[in-house]
Design a protein around this ligand. Sequence first.
Ligand SMILES: Nc1nc2c(c(=O)[nH]1)N[C@H]1C(S)=C(S)[C@@H](COP(=O)(O)OP(=O)(O)OC[C@H]3O[C@@H](n4cnc5c(=O)[nH]c(N)nc54)[C@H](O)[C@@H]3O)O[C@H]1N2
Ligand SMILES: Nc1nc2c(c(=O)[nH]1)N[C@H]1C(S)=C(S)[C@@H](COP(=O)(O)OP(=O)(O)OC[C@H]3O[C@@H](n4cnc5c(=O)[nH]c(N)nc54)[C@H](O)[C@@H]3O)O[C@H]1N2
Ligand code: SF4
Ligand SMILES: [Mo]
Length: 670
Amino acid sequence: MQRGKKTICPLDCPDSCGMIASVADGRVKGLAGDKDHPHTNGFICRKMRRYPERLYGESRVLYPQLRAGKKGEGKFRRIGWDEALDIVADRLAETRSRFGGEAILPYSYAGNMGAVNRFAGYPLFHRLGASQLDQTICSAAAGAGWSHQCGDTPGCPPENAADAELIVAWGINIKVTNIHFWQYVAAARKKGGRLLVIDPYRNETAKAADMHLAVLPGGDPALALGVLKALIEGDLIDKTFIARETEGFDLLAESLKSQDWSDLIRESGMSRQDMAELATLLAGSTKTFIRIGIGLSRHSRGGMAVRSITSLAAALGLFAGGPGRGVLLSAGAFRGDKAKLTWPSLAPEKTRVVNMIHLGHALTALQPPVHALFVYNANPASVNPDGALVRQGLAREDLFTVVHEQVMTPTARYADLLLPATTFLENRDIYTAYGHFYLGVTDPVIEPVAEARGNFDLFQNLALKMGFTDRAFFQTCDERIADYLQDMQGLPQSCDIKEVMAGRLVQSVNSCSDGRVLVGRNHRFSFTSAAVGPEPQVPRLSRAGEFDDPDLLARFPLRLIVPPHADLLNSTFGERYSGRLGEVLVHPADAARWDVRDGEKVILKNHRGKVARIARLTTDTRQGVLVAEGIFWPVDEDDSGINDLTSQKLSDMGGGATFHETLVAIEQAP
Ligand SMILES: Nc1nc2c(c(=O)[nH]1)N[C@H]1C(S)=C(S)[C@@H](COP(=O)(O)OP(=O)(O)OC[C@H]3O[C@@H](n4cnc5c(=O)[nH]c(N)nc54)[C@H](O)[C@@H]3O)O[C@H]1N2
Ligand SMILES: Nc1nc2c(c(=O)[nH]1)N[C@H]1C(S)=C(S)[C@@H](COP(=O)(O)OP(=O)(O)OC[C@H]3O[C@@H](n4cnc5c(=O)[nH]c(N)nc54)[C@H](O)[C@@H]3O)O[C@H]1N2
Ligand code: SF4
Ligand SMILES: [Mo]
């Protein structure tokens, strides 16, 4: 007999869907959307509907294994858990005593968004005095840009968009990366609302939209400031809101006065008329909802892009709330004390911090060197920029690498010791979301498959094995969840923690139904920068990084962006598409110039590396801009992937990544 059990999608996706797993004979037969989850609304994406194939698939890592071939070759021999734990404990202890704790580098990200399992390794690595990882690869620049102007204001609930007259999807591919937001777009359009997409290429969302502006990659600060300049010149700003709930507007207006139109036009790739029309469109709609994506922040001026767009939104009064109005980047609906998960008090003072984007550098050049690497919840061989350098590091004979994984990923192939990880269906955890305002706690749906162990169990066991007796290591999973929930901001006052622990979905109190997000929170929107630092006080045009480098432009004249693919979640599910190169969208004029043909294999290359893709000729992208969707797994013997082309350069704020700022050349494959 099949039974339906509730769970939550653990993937790094804003939607964090509620799901029903159907289980029979201790096996998961299928996954479907939970009808009782207001945001999920009974529907999940096609990636996750096929999850049971992954759970029981050929690629699944089932047992602890020791390397039995060359690094990266992917040959292993099975060992037992006891032996495996002894090996890790010995090697970590030895590394620490010979070279000091900082010679150990834990590397993890968001393969599992459950708060307990995501941060499960932190207490042990803190206790070991290991190098600390700055987790910047995704939203650090966007988050820093947002907090410069908005402080800790949460985003507006997505439901509010359903009443909008105008929805702006700015640097976000809703139909691919945030599909449940589409229900609000559809509802708004039913009532006559329109969708505008601002994105360098005609992505899936732009194809389904009413309007599309093909801004240049990295061009958003110029576009947003140009529109703001036009609004001020046309006296179209919301003066009441600006006076009542913001500060510093005069400084920004003054700075924009002296800003040349020619710079704004060149940098945005938009005409003055485009900007004037957008200003008119925005001023003419009282109910505007701006959905800001993280995509536009993966640039040298990514933080500035967010600062400029939120400033534009504030000048229009969109933070004042009201039906159909709002601004959403990241929900931020609940704020828990992360220290309750990570236990920073266990770390020695002043341990070195490694920005995860610099992993290639950290494994090949950092002094004193890293001698032990522990990877979990992540696939750095595929997702990290400067991929060839990352692999060079992973191939070092003197590096001891542990990888805790669910499937045989490109990183797992480089492990000295490979450990089998459970999936969310085999774990208990607590999930918030960055695209909606609900929180939930889940129970395991099935027993662990084969010898898989969850992150939390693994690290608790390892800490005890290493002889650590701190309280953190004796906590049960339930105790950690309860501790985290205890003073979580955003929970309703009446909320019964016991009920939440038993699986009741909770809606954040930050989700005021009228979308009003600033008032009443002791908060004013600041057009000037609240933080100290090298950033300019008011948003202004800053440098474009790699795209501004004349030497590189002469050799690699095309701008490449590398957004997500609908069938992958970052590199997760790559095992489903083994042998697939992935495509690169090329404008026909560029194709003619560089002599590449539709459907043929091409080489993209620059000073960091090269990778093969299949050319797709289309006017969906602008001339001079190439688009390579998806982090497919390596196909060729040289192991290359799309991130062999991207750089370790950091964004202007938050130490974020600059994935969409890559110069390349293109040629026919030999
Ligand atoms: N199917 C699927 N869903 C996903 C993911 C996935 O890999 N696959 N990844 C998940 C993760 S980890 C994240 S962080 C989110 C990210 O989701 P998003 O916030 O949507 O961010 P990106 O996907 O990086 O880029 C979104 C859009 O930004 C555009 N873009 C690039 N540069 C610029 C620019 O300079 N200006 C403007 N205006 N637009 C630009 C890209 O062309 C792309 O269409 O999605 C999550 N959801
Ligand atoms: N070219 C390009 N590169 C990008 C991006 C892009 O848009 N373009 N996006 C960037 C962004 S936004 C992000 S967030 C990063 C994402 O980088 P990662 O967080 O590394 O994302 P994934 O590729 O999904 O890999 C996660 C891995 O964790 C494993 N995993 C899942 N759950 C568990 C668990 O419970 N325990 C253990 N031990 N392992 C688990 C999965 O099997 C999977 O292999 O990639 C970045 N890289
Ligand atoms: S990947 Fe996103 S859309 Fe798909 S089930 Fe998970 S949370 Fe929902
Ligand atoms: Mo991300």
